[in-house]
Design a protein around this ligand. Structure first.
Ligand code: HEM
Length: 279
């Protein structure tokens, strides 16, 4: 007990406490309203976006761990990490609902202050997309003026995606993952491969003792579903906030966002649903 007290005294001396450890003063001084006169709801808008970015950071941190577990053929632990990523995305999808308390006139009251600021410029969102395998070089244009962010994005663009790591691990476990899939050009979005659909069909149909691979496939599908739910929630929220107006990033707004709704990270896991299953 006295040792613990000594510890406490030492930490007190070093002034390690809740606020200093978490850098609360720094964190809560990062909300700079640009509207003039200051619009009450701009604070709300900034806090929501900043908290999204913190969660994106954490999700990317976990995706890195997941990839390293897969590289070591530790599928079970990669699933545990994936579960946390899914929990974060679910939380973010719910968090979008907060913006339902922002009426269109309230948003219009400070929208001008955003200038051309847009979700297009969220490097961490794009990193998540690239890490999951969606790689559209069109989005680099939003980072031309910010070399550090562009370099981060470029690194993701050239690295294996979560799906690549997963399929490599499957191949090492003896599944006949097609060579062209394993050796694909990383800087392009993964394209649907019929032979890979067949590999999944056989796995689902007769997993023998390998049922953990089926669970892993289902977990990836959950991730794809959750990402899609996030996109849908964002679109609905945008519709109720700005209707059919253009986005601050220069896109057509809702029609542009809807055009991205059909994107799927793991197309073969969707396609395999069309199989004729033997009874
Ligand atoms: C009132 C709130 C919001 C409105 C009106 C809104 C509107 C839009 C619009 C119109 C776009 C299309 C790009 C453009 O032209 O700017 C967009 C993209 C985007 N927004 Fe939002 N947004 C809002 C809140 C959020 C929040 C809270 C996030 C969370 C980070 C977010 C993340 C994104 C992302 C990542 C994109 C790019 C989507 C993609 O490329 O598929 N937005 N947003």
């Amino acid at each position: 007990m006295s040792e613990r007290l000594a510890d406490y005294d030492r930490l007190k001396m070093e002034e390690l406490n809740y606020n200093s450890y978490l850098k609360v003063p720094e964190l809560t001084s990062l909300q700079h309203l640009r509207s003039e006169p200051k619009h009450h709801d701009e604070m709300f808008f900034i806090v929501i976006h900043q908290s999204f970015e913190l969660w994106f950071k954490e999700a990317l941190h976990e995706v890195g761990l997941m990839a390293s577990f897969l590289a070591n053929d530790d599928v079970a632990r990669s699933l545990k990490v994936l579960k946390r990523v899914q929990a974060i995305i679910t939380c973010l999808t719910q968090q979008i609902q907060l913006l339902g308390t922002l009426t269109p006139d309230e948003f219009a009251g400070f929208r001008e202050a955003l200038g051309t600021g847009s979700g297009f410029q969220s490097v961490q969102f794009r990193e998540m997309e690239f890490a999951c395998g969606q790689r559209d070089p069109w989005f680099f244009q939003f980072f031309e003026a910010r070399p550090d962010e562009k370099a981060r994005l470029q690194a993701r663009f050239e690295s294996p995606s979560v799906y690549d790591c997963f399929l490599q691990a499957m191949a090492r476990a003896g599944y006949q993952v097609p060579k062209e899939v394993l050796e694909r050009k990383l800087t392009e979005t993964h394209q649907m491969n019929d032979e890979l659909v067949e590999v999944f069909r056989e796995l689902y149909q007769d997993p023998k003792t390998d049922y953990h691979w089926v669970l892993a496939c289902e977990a990836l599908l959950d991730l794809d579903t959750m990402w899609s739910n996030f996109r849908s929630a964002h679109i609905l929220m945008v519709s109720r906030t700005i209707g059919g107006k253009k986005g601050t990033g220069g896109s057509s707004g809702v029609p542009f966002l809807e055009s991205r709704l059909p994107l799927r990270f793991f197309p073969e896991l969707w396609e395999v649903r069309n199989s004729d299953w033997q009874k």
